[in-house]
Structure formats: structure tokens, C-alpha cells
Design a protein around this ligand. Structure first.
Ligand code: NAP
Length: 314
């Protein structure tokens, strides 16, 4: 049962949520932040972040995640490491329920991000954890001197492909078109790496093996021809889906399930703000997610002050 009423509950401790927590807690708003996996969200499983200002040589995803978590705690934010199952408004406050208990707040910041999209092909689920992975930093070291395949052509796929060449003997990028979506810098690095080869205009149609994954069934989308690619591992980086199933009917969302906000990061529900990857139209860059977390935190502070002015000096 909820006893204490927090000023703000933040759902999701990625770059957006942790920045929001630093701002609200530092403004002396009682702040509770939920995280169901590891703080830092997707950043925590990223090898190296090279485009976050202040780190001229880059910073590992693990490091920057724990720096942000430590900073939020230092500012006074409380953490709950559990999944939020439902959210509702009751008698002027918000009730946020996890499997264990409910928590109450006067405002909410949705920073729940997104999760890796699946291929949805036969064998993918069966061999998940037995060859199929969605996290290079978690599972890459298991593939020392092995053959692996990557699906995707965006920044995530190419950045993680480059990382995986540290371990694997050979990395094959399977992409459904004949051009990458990734930034030119990453493309250049990948094209000049002798361990990386490309299978263009191709999609994986099945993952096969016995106890562990052994091969991929691949179809050329232009010719329709099918072939097998021997591979010890498959890493899938084909984008993300928003983590918003528990928010259905609570705030307005777009067709894909991303939360719609106005230019003040307000959702359709008064007192509820959304920022970072879960927001419709987000740029999905760590620095932008952090900036959005700051704006959402300031907007929630303004909302709380309008409801119940705290007075005092700023
Ligand atoms: P993304 O940019 O949406 O790229 C997804 C890739 O997967 C695309 O190449 C897409 O092909 C392919 N794809 C999608 N669905 C597929 C399917 N069912 N089967 C096969 N291939 C499929 O996703 P992301 O790479 O995860 O990046 C997300 C955002 O984060 C982007 O804005 C990106 O810039 C950002 N990001 C930035 C960095 C960085 O700055 N270093 C690192 C990682 C991510 P098509 O190209 O044909 O659509």
C-alpha cells in the first residue's frame, strides 16, 4: 500500500529519467525513480558513447550510467528496482503499482524508453540466449574467435558490429537493403574493417540449430533465393518498440505506442510528463534524452508549484 506521497515519480532510469531525477531531487522535490532492468537503460549495454559532451575520448555506457545513477542518489532520489505494472489517477494523485506494492505521487515523469525489436522468425525465441542476442556488451565476449551475424543497418547495428570484431573472427552484417542507415563515420569504419562482410538485400527467415544455434536461413529480397549462413551467434539490432503497454488509455499515444507530448513535454494527462525515447518524435540520442529529462523535470516542478506553491527563495 502507498503511504508516503512523493512529489514526483519517474518511470525509467535511462538517460532521460536519471537526468529528470537529478533535477527534481536537487530542487528538493521528493523523488522516486523506477527501473526494471539496469540504470542507464539502453546506454548501460552500449560499448562506448563518443558523442556525449565532456568526454573527449568517449565514455563506456556502463560508466556513464553508473555516474548518472550515483549523481541522482547523491541529490536525494530514491530508487525502486522493479517493473511498473499499472498507473492510474485517484483522488488527485497518481498510483503507480509494481508487483510488490503501490506508490503515490503528485506528478509523474514517463521516461520508460523502449526495448529491442524482435525479428519474429521461427527459432528466434527458441535460441534466445543460445546464440540469439540483443546486447553486444552482454554477450560479445562469448564469441571469441567465432563467426557471428548481425541484422540491421542503423547506428546501433554498425556500432555494435564494430565492437563485436574485438572478439569474433568474422562478422557478417545482414541488411534488408543495399545501403546502410548508419552515420557516415560508422559506415567508413565498418567498410574498412577486414573482419566485417555484408550480405545486402537479405533478411533472416529462420534460426536453426540443435542445442544451440548453428545456422541462419537467409532470403535475398530481390531474387527470392534462399541460402544458409553458418553462424555461432546472431545479434539483432533492428530498432526498438516503446515500453508503454501499461500506459494504454492513461495518456495519448501515436499508432506505434509512443507517448504524445506538447512543446512543454506535457502529456494529455495533467501532471504527467514524458521524455526521452518513449516520446513521439524523440531523436534518441543520449544528450537529447538528458536534455528532455531536464525540461520535463522543470515542467513538473512548475506544475507542482502551481498546484501548491512552496514559496521560498530560488
Ligand atoms: P534504426 O535507426 O531504426 O535502424 C534500424 C535498422 O534495422 C535499419 O537499418 C532498418 O532497415 C533495420 N530493420 C528494421 N526492421 C527490420 C526488420 N524487421 N528486419 C530487418 N531489418 C530491419 O535503429 P537503431 O540503429 O537502434 O537506432 C535508433 C536511434 O538511436 C537512431 O536515431 C540512431 O541514430 C540512434 N543511435 C545513435 C547512436 C550513436 O549516435 N552513436 C548509436 C546507436 C543508436 P532500413 O534501414 O531498411 O529501415
Amino acid at each position: 500500500m502507498a503511504d508516503k506521497t512523493y512529489d514526483t515519480i519517474i518511470i525509467g532510469a535511462g538517460g532521460a529519467g536519471l537526468t529528470a531525477a537529478i533535477y527534481t531531487a536537487r530542487s528538493l522535490l521528493s523523488t522516486l525513480i523506477f527501473e526494471k532492468a539496469s540504470p542507464g537503460g539502453q546506454i548501460s549495454t552500449t560499448d562506448i558513447v563518443e558523442n556525449y559532451p565532456g568526454f573527449p575520448k568517449g565514455v563506456t555506457g556502463g560508466e556513464i550510467s553508473s555516474f548518472m545513477e550515483e549523481q541522482a542518489k547523491h541529490c536525494g532520489a530514491e530508487f525502486v528496482y522493479d517493473e511498473v505494472l499499472s498507473v492510474k489517477k485517484e483522488k488527485g494523485s497518481f498510483l503507480v503499482a509494481s508487483s510488490e506494492r503501490s506508490y503515490k505521487s503528485l506528478s509523474l515523469i514517463l521516461a520508460c524508453g523502449s526495448s529491442p525489436r524482435k525479428l519474429n522468425v521461427p527459432g528466434e525465441k527458441e535460441f534466445s540466449g543460445k546464440g540469439v542476442s540483443y546486447c553486444a556488451t552482454c554477450d560479445g565476449p562469448l564469441y571469441k574467435n567465432k563467426q557471428i551475424a548481425i541484422v540491421g543497418g542503423g547506428d546501433s547495428a554498425i556500432q555494435e558490429t564494430l565492437y563485436l570484431t574485438r572478439f569474433a573472427e568474422r562478422v557478417t552484417v545482414i541488411h534488408r537493403r543495399d545501403k546502410l542507415r548508419a552515420s557516415i563515420l560508422l559506415q567508413k569504419r565498418a567498410f574498412s574493417n577486414p573482419k566485417i562482410s555484408f550480405l545486402w538485400d537479405s533478411v533472416v527467415t529462420a534460426v536453426e540449430g540443435s542445442k544451440v544455434m548453428e545456422r541462419l536461413k537467409v532470403k535475398n529480397v530481390k531474387t527470392g533465393s534462399e541460402s544458409f549462413v553458418r553462424s555461432d551467434g546472431l545479434f539483432v539490432f533492428i530498432g526498438h518498440d516503446p515500453e508503454t503497454s501499461f500506459l494504454k488509455g492513461f495518456v495519448d499515444m501515436d499508432e506505434a505506442g509512443y507517448v504524445i507530448v506538447n512543446d512543454k513535454f506535457e502529456t494529455s494527462q495533467a501532471g504527467v510528463f514524458a521524455c526521452g525515447e518513449v516520446r513521439h518524435g524523440a531523436t534518441k540520442q543520449l544528450v537529447a534524452c538528458s536534455g528532455e529529462g531536464c525540461i520535463a523535470a522543470l515542467a513538473s516542478e512548475k506544475y507542482l508549484d502551481e498546484q501548491n506553491p512552496r514559496g521560498g527563495m530560488k
